[in-house]
Design a protein around this ligand. Structure first.
Ligand SMILES: NC(=O)c1ccc[n+]([C@@H]2O[C@H](COP(=O)([O-])OP(=O)(O)OC[C@H]3O[C@@H](n4cnc5c(N)ncnc54)[C@H](OP(=O)(O)O)[C@@H]3O)[C@@H](O)[C@H]2O)c1
Length: 431
């Protein structure tokens, strides 16, 4: 066997410790698959004395991960610290400048700085690999960059955040409110104490920006992702969704349209007959549709030590084999600057829930607004009179442009008979 592949690891948390465990347990298997041994030679984290449940014996310790990336005599630096800036960015830049390949799990960093880092890696003749950054253990980067490379991708979408999918699943299965499930998830360690990056859809948007670039050969454009999270999803909407034959999922979806690149992350209703409707709990799934292959679907664990280590080690084995891919599937200079398709141009059907005063004439007032704005109602459901003053009116529309839907809702909200801000959830047609 030829010389071993020498690796330095910056960050020894969930992903870093998992990676050491996998590289240690499967040392022989990895060497056979990669054609040479993989040796960890240097590591860095914040707190040297922390018990990580793994042995660091035999590895050089660095207090400063950037010095490690510059000075350690290695072929590959793993950036497993996290964050869109700070030490993570500095580690990647230092490694590239020093001629080392970089493997990272950091979607925030790549979503914000992926274009510059990809160009720098290319100039330096090194790889920037990131399989663990999108949907954890699911090999979707490999699928898009290699397995589907002969297709024009026509749609890529998925459940990209396990925390949100877990919350929505628990709400539906156990009939619990968003707040109750989030609090339980925080106690169990499934959700962060400060959950906004997950529940506001930002983490899914980071991943979608990377998927779009891989799928459509465009520059990474995170600010072009229209993003809504799951905080406003109410239990009654989950119940009505079931009644209408849908399930609510936080989906990331990217399509190239005549208006430009459409990148969306929002909670939406998907048909219960769609495979993705049945991806539950903390699982992730990605569907990539190619013009020759049609739909391909990938499902698996999107987070945790095992799945992320699986992805990081796959990237390392590629490097051991001498296999190197352009970061986003083609040379950085060929990635296009696609215009952003604004959300107002989105076309689709909508679910609307209104709380209205229980009095004659209200339905006529509401439907008149829909008629005026040329938004056609498909189904309408009015619940029997309740003890309370307001009653729900729930409807779904035929496909229309979002700008028309928004105008309709603005006018409806202004009606005296409508007592709350209307709830609007998009219905996503996936076939
Ligand atoms: N966890 C997952 O399931 C998962 C899934 C996919 C992607 N990712 C991504 O993987 C990356 C790492 O996530 P993680 O969950 O492993 O994070 P983590 O458990 O919080 O670990 C972060 C590690 O970075 C070290 N660190 C922080 N600041 C540092 C500094 N200034 N210098 C040196 N080391 C520093 C920490 O040191 P100490 O241990 O000494 O504090 C810790 O070992 C992130 O980009 C994350 O988005 C994570």
């Amino acid at each position: 066997m030829s010389n071993s592949l020498r690796v330095a690891i910056a960050g020894l948390g969930t992903v870093g410790a998992g990676t050491i465990e996998a590289l240690t347990r499967h040392r022989d298997l990895i060497a056979r698959r990669g054609g040479r041994a993989v040796d960890i030679v240097a590591v860095s984290a914040k707190n040297r004395s922390k018990d990580r449940g793994i042995s660091l014996d035999g590895f050089d310790w660095y207090d400063d991960p950037v010095s490690m990336a510059r000075e350690a005599d290695v072929d590959v630096v793993l950036e497993l610290i996290g964050g869109e800036d700070g030490p993570a960015k500095a580690v990647c830049e230092a490694a590239i400048e020093s001629g080392s390949h970089v493997v990272t799990a950091n979607k925030a960093l790549l979503a914000m700085r992926g274009n510059a880092l990809a160009a720098a890696a290319e100039s330096a003749g090194v790889s920037l690999s990131y399989e663990a950054a999108i949907a954890g253990g699911i090999p979707i980067v490999k699928a898009l960059r290699e397995g589907l490379a002969g297709n024009a991708i026509t749609h890529v979408y998925g459940i990209l955040n396990g925390t949100c999918n877990y919350i929505l699943t628990e709400m539906r299965e156990n009939r619990l409110s968003y707040e109750t499930v989030l609090a339980d998830a925080q106690k169990l360690g499934y959700a962060e104490a400060e959950p906004s990056v997950d529940v506001d859809g930002i983490d899914a948007a980071h991943k979608l920006a990377l998927l779009s670039s891989l799928a459509y050969g465009t520059k990474v454009n995170f600010t072009g992702v229209y993003t809504e999270g799951i905080r406003k999803v109410a239990l009654e909407d989950i119940d009505y969704a079931e009644e209408f034959g849908f399930r609510i999922k936080l989906l990331g979806s990217a399509r190239m349209t005549e208006n430009g690149l459409e990148q969306r992350v929002y909670p939406c209703m998907v048909s219960q007959s769609a495979s993705i409707a049945h991806v539950e709990g903390a699982y992730n799934a990605v569907v990539a549709r190619g013009d020759f292959v049609d739909d391909t679907m990938y499902q698996g664990r999107g987070a945790g030590a095992g799945p992320t280590a699986s992805a990081v080690v796959a990237d390392i084995i590629d490097l051991a084999r001498g296999s190197s891919m352009p970061t986003f599937g083609m040379p950085a200079g060929q990635l296009a600057d696609a215009p952003v398709s604004p959300i107002e141009r989105h076309r689709g059907a909508y679910y609307i829930r209104l709380m209205v005063k229980d009095q004659p004439g209200v339905i006529a007032e509401v439907t008149a607004v829909f008629r005026d704005e040329a938004v056609s109602i498909e189904t309408m459901l009015q619940r029997a009179r309740s003890q309370t003053q307001a009653v729900p009116v729930v409807l779904t529309t035929h496909e229309c442009e979002e700008a028309a839907m928004r105008r309709t809702l603005d006018r409806i909200e202004a009606l005296d008979s409508v007592v709350e801000q209307p709830t609007m959830i998009r219905i996503e047609t996936l076939t």
